[in-house]
Design a protein around this ligand. Structure first.
Ligand code: EPU
Length: 420
């Protein structure tokens, strides 16, 4: 297992190029299962989650070739089942279920189980499949959806925390090959859902309303091959913007989509950070003294849960009290105890974390628990005095392409060390 050794206290300076979005490319790769024709996906980030999704597609029978940041998939003949060993490694793999149900009228996938950020149920995915006419059975750890005819219908996919991103993606991917019209109410509005819909439309699907809470899908008989370029990763862009502010640096974030980042940029500006847009580039620098802010995570276009941990790292450096309330996942505060090891003063009160910021951080060995918690520890380590060793960084490699290389290019003193 590798760890990152970070010698903190160096302001990040320079330019960083944003890679394709992990949470867009995973369902898009799954969507290639909907046609026997070849599909070409560009701007694919080099991430372990992406490699893993390619492995799943191969296991299901697709031909997959990776060249640079381009993936070509042809799923001429596929099987409708994925076993536990495949699904347990990455929760995102549940999004193969919709395409399998759409194309084969049956899908059998091992139940993914929980993960450190919460229970992560799939009841809303199954509600949507049932509404399309699939019979759902759960047996021996597997969930099966099967039907002879998939029929469009009206459904409400809102849950305890609002809409579901992969649930919306999954049901949309089944509905494109259903008979008739499907209306998804309380659909997720995330840019990643819009990107998936754009790929499906390029494949011949009929979809309107994406980006709004009501998605309308008119089923077609079959889809054809298509080419698509994945949107830039808004969470990677947010992470670098927050890191620039935390280290009192100045970073130009290139090739991002600032229009996908309104909530994050608004909170950064409220803390006193200067963000200047130049087309799709953003120049981020700390304007002066940081100010505390309160943040509540919400479905898009609210503040993303995937940037909550990173923002907490910044707020530990901000004099005053900031309150962060997590409304999407019930246990997404795994980074708190590790940030405390670096000297942060944070208390958890139910769904909120009370950050008493302004104390200087000092380097220490810390352990990454999930992807975004790891990013928060890296940001804190970059801002801390002394050396921070972040272990278990395979979490980071799941969702950040070449994060240590990109940070080094910005002047950070970061080294990847192999632990035996
Ligand atoms: N939920 C249900 N029932 C369901 C599905 C979800 O109750 O059937 C609940 C969840 O428990 C949670 C809320 O709905 O409280 C939102 O979960 P959602 O389904 O939107 O999450 P997801 O689709 O499983 C994706 C991203 C996550 C990101 C969330 C929220 C991918 C591969 N994953 O997960 O990304 O945090 O949306 O935006 O797209 C990450 O990148 O670090 C990450 C965890």
């Amino acid at each position: 297992m590798d760890s990152l050794m970070i010698k903190g206290g160096v302001p990040l300076e320079g330019e960083v190029e944003i890679s394709g979005a992990k949470n867009a490319v995973l369902p898009i790769l799954a969507a290639t299962l909907l046609t026997a024709e070849p599909c070409v996906i560009r701007r694919v980030p080099n991430l372990s989650d992406v490699k893993f999704m390619c492995e799943i597609l191969r296991w299901l029978g697709a031909e997959v070739t990776l060249k640079g940041d381009t993936v070509r998939v042809q799923a001429k003949k596929i099987k409708g089942m994925a076993d536990y060993d495949l699904v347990r490694k990455m929760r995102g793999s549940i999004c193969i279920m919709g395409p399998l149900l759409g194309r084969l009228r049956k899908a059998r996938v091992s139940l993914p189980g929980g993960c450190v950020i919460g229970a992560r149920p799939i009841n809303l995915h199954l509600k949507g499949f049932e509404s399309l006419g699939a019979k759902i059975t759960i047996e021996s750890g597997y969930v099966q959806a099967a039907t002879r005819r998939l029929r469009g219908s009206e459904m409400f996919l809102g849950g305890r925390a609002g809409s579901t991103v992969l649930g919306t993606a999954n049901v949309m991917m089944a509905a494109v090959l259903a008979e008739g019209v499907t209306v998804i109410e309380s659909a997720a509005c995330e840019p990643e859902v819009v990107d998936l819909a754009n790929f499906l439309i390029a494949m011949g699907a009929k979809i309107t309303g994406v980006g709004s809470p009501t998605i309308l899908v008119t089923g077609v008989k079959e889809l054809h091959g298509a080419e698509h370029e994945v949107i830039p990763d808004r969470i990677e862009a947010a992470t670098f913007a927050i890191a620039a502010a935390a280290t009192d640096g100045e970073v130009t974030i290139k090739g991002a989509r600032p229009d996908h980042l309104h909530a994050v940029l608004d909170k950064l500006r409220a803390t006193g950070v200067s963000v200047t847009r130049r087309g799709n580039d953003m120049i981020v620098k700390r304007g002066g003294r940081l100010k505390p802010v309160d943040i509540t995570t919400l479905p898009y276009s609210g503040f993303p849960t995937d940037a909550q941990a990173q923002m907490m790292a910044l707020l530990t450096l901000t004099p005053g009290i900031s309150i962060i309330t997590e409304r999407i996942f019930e246990s997404r505060f795994m980074h708190v105890s590790e940030l405390t090891r670096l000297g942060a003063d944070i208390e958890i009160e139910g769904p909120s974390a009370i950050v008493k910021g302004g104390r200087p951080l000092s380097g220490a060995p810390v352990m990454a628990s999930d992807l975004r918690a790891s990013a928060a520890l890296v940001i804190a380590g970059l801002a801390a005095r002394g050396t921070t060793a972040v272990s278990r960084i395979y979490h980071l490699d799941r969702g950040y392409e070449n994060i240590d290389g990109k940070l080094r290019k910005l002047g950070a003193r970061v080294e990847r060390v192999s632990e035996s």
